[in-house]
Design a protein around this ligand. Sequence first.
Ligand SMILES: CCCCCCCC(=O)SCCNC(=O)CCNC(=O)[C@H](O)C(C)(C)COP(=O)(O)OP(=O)(O)OC[C@H]1O[C@@H](n2cnc3c(N)ncnc32)[C@H](O)[C@@H]1OP(=O)(O)O
Length: 116
Amino acid sequence: MRARHVFDERHVGAPGIAHGGAVATVLDDLFGFLLYLIGEPAVTRHLEVGYRSPVLLGTPYLLEAGVQRREGRKLFVRAQGTDEGGAAVVEASALFLVVGLEHFARGGGDAAPVAP
Ligand SMILES: CCCCCCCC(=O)SCCNC(=O)CCNC(=O)[C@H](O)C(C)(C)COP(=O)(O)OP(=O)(O)OC[C@H]1O[C@@H](n2cnc3c(N)ncnc32)[C@H](O)[C@@H]1OP(=O)(O)O
C-alpha cells in the first residue's frame, strides 16, 4: 500500500521537524489501514521505528507498507518512508494480532470496524 503524507505544525517536535511520536503514530495508522484494506481486524502488539533522517514539516513523503509474513493470527508488517529524492528517512516493522470484534467492544464505543 502507498500513501503520501505531509506533516505540519500540529506535529512539530524540534523546530521545523516532526515529533518522533507523531511519525510513529502515522506509521502505526498506515499499518492499521493496510490491514483494514486486506480485511483483517488486527491491533498493534509490537511496533519498532527506525529514524534515519529528520522528517521535515511541510515536505511530502511517500509511505509504503506491506505484509511481510503471517503466522496464524500474527501478521508481521513493514513500512518505509522516503523523500521526493527517494532517500529513506524512516522505516518501521510491527507485529499485529488478528482479534475478534469483541476486542473493540472493550472500549465501550459503538463503532466496531467494518470489513471493506
Ligand atoms: C481495524 C481497525 C484497527 C486499527 C488499529 C490501528 C493500530 C492501533 O492503534 S491498535 C491499538 C494499540 N494496540 C492495542 O491496544 C493492543 C493491546 N494489546 C492487546 O489487546 C493484546 O496484547 C492482544 C489482543 C494484541 C494480544 O493478546 P494475547 O492474545 O494475550 O497475545 P499475547 O500473548 O500478548 O501475544 C501474542 C503472540 O505474539 C507474540 N509476540 C509478542 N511480542 C512479540 C514480538 N515482539 N515479536 C514476535 N512475537 C511477539 C507472543 O509470543 C505471542 O505468540 P504466541 O501466540 O505464538 O504465543
